[in-house]
Design a protein around this ligand. Structure first.
Ligand code: GDP
Ligand code: MG
Length: 333
């Protein structure tokens, strides 16, 4: 599985339609004047950002895009139809570089932004336009202007849609490995991950999404204890959080301890972080004798539906992905 955040595509705008050479032919008008119509304009290539796209994954199959040509002009001063513009949908945050010049030609940041890298050719004028007092029967028309072609590099500055949070050892790195192509270090000790890893999750049935493993959240992280503060910043840029808890480490007397420690750190760093949608997940349910702890946790946190998974065996991960996609696909977020 390749992590696609950069792709090269070639685009062609449409050619303009040819102008028409034609003369009026009617029964009682022996010397009809020129009536050749203009050609239609070629279609533009339009890049458009939409929040429905989260990655450049769609371009793994299609790399060439051609807009429609304008239709040729016709007699009776009929203008040819304009060629349809071709819209290419991109995720917000895509940077566009013209490969031939090496110049960055556009940064498409917000959803709904558009940019035309290749404009359709103008239609040629028909002979009706060339009639003058000295030339009443022009026998020529303009050709259509050809469309443009550009080779573009699209680069997505990946922002994670989903941040995986939780205390060290909860299984964050294991989870991101299980669901994506990211390969962080995994170990049974804290701080095995020094940088947040990003991975693209492809479910096969929905638009892929980007997850970030956010390590280093421990008590005091917001004050700079450990390395957590470096990663807290990344959380601000994610849309939803998956809060992972090691079910085998749940304190039977205070089942929400670990959960509360992490939320408190978020809150102390920036209260806005606690307002993000959070999916609460108990991990390592493959271990023996964890049922009781899971039950205790769920009854202590009645207002939330807790999801059970094993990042190691894969159990429950599909369910978790559906839940994530459901939240990500909510409009106006
Ligand atoms: N049995 C079991 N062990 C797990 C599971 N997920 C993670 N682990 C183990 O827990 C330890 C910590 O995992 P890691 O992914 O590095 O945790 P992180 O600190 O949250 O990134 C490793 O030894 C993992 O193999 C799980 O679902 N079941
Ligand atoms: Mg880790």
């Amino acid at each position: 599985m390749k992590f696609i955040d950069e792709v090269i595509i070639t685009v062609w705008s449409g050619d303009g339609g040819r102008g028409c050479v034609s003369f009026r032919r009617e029964k009682f008008i022996p010397q009809g004047g020129p009536d050749g119509g203009d050609g239609g304009k070629g279609g533009d290539i339009v890049l458009k950002t939409t929040s429905r796209k989260r990655t450049l994954y769609q371009f793994r199959f299609q790399k060439n895009f051609k807009a429609k040509n304008g239709a040729h002009g016709q007699g009776k001063k009929k203008t040819g139809k304009n060629g349809q513009d071709l819209f290419i949908e991109l995720p917000p945050g895509t940077q566009v570089t013209d490969i031939n010049t090496g110049q960055i030609i556009k940064d498409l940041i917000k959803p709904g932004e558009t940019f035309v890298p290749a404009r359709g050719g103008r239609g040629g004028q028909g002979n009706a336009r060339f009639k003058t007092s000295t030339n009443r029967t022009p026998r020529f028309a303009q050709p259509g202007e050809p469309g443009e072609t550009k080779t573009l590099k699209l680069e997505l500055k990946l922002l994670a849609d989903v941040g995986i949070i939780g205390l060290p050892n909860a299984g964050k790195s294991t989870l991101i490995t299980a669901v994506s192509s990211a390969r962080p270090k995994i170990g049974n000790y804290p701080f095995t991950t020094l940088f947040p890893s990003l991975g693209v999750v492809q479910t096969g049935w929905a638009e892929p999404f980007v997850v970030a493993d956010i390590p280093g959240l421990i008590k005091g992280a917001h004050k700079g204890t450990g390395l957590g503060i470096r990663f807290l910043r990344h959380i601000e840029r994610t849309r939803i959080l998956v809060h992972l808890i090691d079910v085998s480490a749940i304190d039977m007397d205070n089942p929400l301890d670990a959960y509360n420690i992490v939320n408190k750190e978020l809150d102390m760093y920036n209260q806005k972080l606690t307002e993000k949608s959070q999916i609460v997940v108990l991990n390592k349910i493959d271990l023996p004798d964890v049922r009781e702890a899971a039950k205790k946790f769920q009854s202590a946190l009645k207002e939330k539906q807790v999801i059970l998974i094993s990042a190691l065996t894969g159990k429950g991960i599909e369910n978790l992905n559906s839940k994530i996609i459901q939240l990500l696909d909510r409009p106006n977020e």
